[in-house]
Design a protein around this ligand. Structure first.
Ligand SMILES: Cc1cc2nc3c(=O)[nH]c(=O)nc-3n(C[C@H](O)[C@H](O)[C@H](O)COP(=O)(O)O)c2cc1C
Length: 350
């Protein structure tokens, strides 16, 4: 079901910005680009590089946590060096077996999952996966989670001893067992505590991945920024449920799960827009990214880069194909520097 939505150059050719409608920011550059660049080298002139805080990425397409293994498992399916970055599967202090099957199910416009954060544990990651990842020049970000502040800090301390990581991404959509299972990411005070503690433990850039299941994303975004986050990832999956009416059972083992894919994109676009107005630190957008136009939309509302999750399930080489399609789309739209799209939204009324 998801495969037919994947980015292919053919689809790029049909899209609106390629049929005359040019983004406002790029109008200025149009005649300049025409005068200087021969038609055949249009894509070679596109600068896809972006900066997310201290990190400079070769392009804005990053593989999202939990949808791309530990990166190395995909090395025979695509060129990892073509990606802007890789966020590895969430890492906990001890290995975790994860949730009961079934863990995934499709819905009409997205995917529901309850994997239960299965992972090999941070020590095994450092010993078994990181050495192979060091062979690539793509930035590798370690996604970190825990069920207490101490567990988050424990994972970071172990990673701090290891070479080959560009930074950390804190998944704060986890229950805090010391606070009756309330999600860290749903309360500004708890966000402050966990991000502050992680900040003190980490030398490397610290990204904080927000939960979308909150009333006011701006409040949470500011709490993370004030506690020392270098960037925000917006956002994780949406709590959701799907039922088989024949068996009257949930379609996933954990009964409720997280919704991802095309269905969530418009909702997350709004969250990125609101978060980007609330903080000064960079934002990485994710939710339903499949096409170059999806990337551009996230950038226009304020993101510096994007992550790609569910699309990797439809095609394991989705990220590389997206980078290639993005370069073509930018060339066709006369966007010479992709970072010029960030926060370029035109608002007629406020
Ligand atoms: C099967 C699956 C496993 C995931 N595991 C993690 C994880 O370990 N840590 C995390 O922060 N996010 C995890 N996510 C959330 C994704 O990284 C991403 O935030 C979400 O899927 C929305 O993006 P998408 O619509 O492009 O998939 C997972 C998502 C899926 C579908």
């Amino acid at each position: 079901m998801l495969a037919h939505r994947m980015p292919v150059p053919k689809r790029v050719m049909r899209d609106s910005c390629l049929t005359g409608q040019v983004f406002p920011q790029s109008r200025r550059r149009r005649s300049h680009a025409r005068a200087k660049i021969p038609a055949v080298t249009v894509s070679a002139a596109v600068d896809l590089s972006v900066e997310v805080g201290a990190l400079r990425l070769s392009n804005p397409v990053i593989a999202a946590s939990g949808t791309f293994g530990y990166g190395v498992e995909f090395a025979h399916l695509l060129d990892l060096n073509r990606l802007g970055g890789i966020v590895v599967k969430g890492l906990s202090l001890e290995p975790m077996a994860g949730a009961a099957a079934p863990r995934l199910c499709e819905t009409p416009s997205g995917m529901l999952n309850a994997v239960g954060l299965q992972n090999i544990g941070v020590r095994a990651f450092v010993a078994e996966k990181l050495p192979a990842l060091r062979a690539y020049r793509t930035h590798v970000i370690a996604n970190v989670f825990g069920y207490s502040v101490e567990e988050y800090v424990g994972v970071i301390r172990i990673l701090e001893e290891a070479e080959g990581l560009a930074g950390y991404e804190l998944n704060i959509s986890c229950p805090n067992t010391a606070h009756g299972g309330l999600q860290f990411g749903s309360d500004p005070q708890m966000v402050s505590e966990v991000v502050g503690a992680a900040r003190r433990a980490a030398r490397r850039p610290l990204w904080v991945k927000l939960s979308p299941n909150v009333t006011d994303i701006a409040l949470i975004a500011r709490a993370a920024e004030n506690a020392g986050a270098d960037a925000l990832t917006v956002a994780n999956t949406y709590q959701a449920m799907s039922v088989d009416i024949q068996t009257r059972k949930s379609r996933i083992g954990r009964v409720t799960g997280g919704l991802s894919g095309p269905a969530i994109k418009p909702i997350t676009i709004r969250l990125v827009y609101e978060a980007s107005r609330a903080v000064k630190i960079p934002i990485v957008g994710l939710g339903g990214v499949e096409t170059p136009e999806d990337v551009m939309e996230y950038l226009i509302v304020g993101a510096r880069a994007v992550q790609v999750g569910t699309a990797n399930f439809a095609r394991p080489d989705a990220c590389q194909r997206l980078v290639e399609a993005l370069e073509i789309a930018c060339g066709k739209c006369k966007i010479n520097d992709i970072s010029s799209l960030t926060a370029s939204l035109q608002v007629d009324c406020s």
